[in-house]
Design a protein around this ligand. Structure first.
Ligand SMILES: Nc1ncnc2c1ncn2[C@@H]1O[C@H](COP(=O)(O)OP(=O)(O)O)[C@@H](O)[C@H]1O
Ligand SMILES: [Mg+2]
Length: 252
């Protein structure tokens, strides 16, 4: 489904990514492990079109997506849950979710002519909202609250919910458990498995590498902008280099 080929990202003279290649197949959970500054966020930013590639290419199915801006990659089915959640704190929960549906509206622009198009678009947004409330009932209760007043866990749910509003086929998650209590981390990981079971493909960056590998099919280890080790989740959990460097304390 997703293919990254020899992708490099540069910030002036600093290299964020150096010729990274990886694949995420349909229905997989793939995790990226690595220390701070290894290039994990640069990788997700490059895939979603937030930062441009210096060289290499990125493919979604048979379509080259490198070079496309992020609103286009969202329209093609990539939902991005960025590091630090980046919800709109002064806006209501409801408005945050509606913003997430923007690409759903843009994608269906051609069919918005006339009543049927309007109805289809409205019903997709409505059914996505119901999906989000099914996963996170608390968001329905908080609908008119300012997003900034939610707890950290609720804000993460909102960030995931907002991404789901665009009807994604694939989710890119950057450290979704950062700053959350251990029980919430477990909840988020369980939710990721549930989303995969419901048909989504997942690329997950997670600081708790052990917990991430326990739910993942495969993983890649990044060091200084490169992929240094790759394998099935089981192989990585058993790899001495990975164990020593990355598999410390885990909530799982
Ligand atoms: N906007 C930026 N400007 C300059 N350097 C950056 C920027 N973003 C990331 N970097 C650098 O790129 C490298 C990779 O960073 P990043 O992708 O954020 O790693 P990670 O997410 O694994 O912590 C680091 O050396 C970091 O300092
Ligand atoms: Mg990061």
């Amino acid at each position: 489904m997703l293919r990254v080929e020899n992708a490099s990202v540069a910030y002036g003279r600093i290299m964020g990514l150096r010729e990274v290649s990886l694949v995420v197949n349909d229905g997989e959970i793939v995790t990226i492990i690595g220390a701070n500054g290894a290039g994990k966020t640069s990788l997700l930013n490059a895939i979603s079109g937030v930062v441009p590639l210096k060289s290499g290419s990125i493919w979604l199915d048979d379509r080259q997506i490198s070079g496309l801006p992020s609103h286009k990659t969202v329209g093609l089915g990539l939902g991005y849950i960025p590091e630090g959640r980046q919800i709109f704190g002064t806006m209501s929960v409801s408005d945050n979710l509606t913003m997430g549906a923007y690409s759903e509206c843009a994608r269906n622009r051609l069919s918005t002519v006339g009543y049927i198009g309007w109805f289809l678009r409205r019903s997709t947004v409505q059914s996505n909202l119901e999906t989000v409330f099914g996963l996170f009932p608390i968001l329905r209760e908080r609908l008119n609250q300012r997003a900034g007043s939610l707890s950290g866990g609720e804000q993460q749910m909102l960030a995931i919910g907002r991404a789901l509003m665009s009807s994604p086929r694939m989710l890119l998650l950057d450290e979704p458990s950062l700053g959350l209590a251990p029980t919430l981390v477990k909840e988020i990981l369980k939710l990721i498995v549930r989303l995969r079971d419901e048909g989504l493909t997942i690329l997950l960056v997670e600081q708790d590498a052990t917990a991430a590998l326990k739910i993942a099919d495969r993983g890649y280890v990044m060091e200084r902008g490169r992929i240094s080790i790759e394998g099935t989740a089981k192989e990585l959990l058993g790899d001495d280099r990975v164990r020593q460097a990355y598999l410390g304390k885990s909530v799982a």
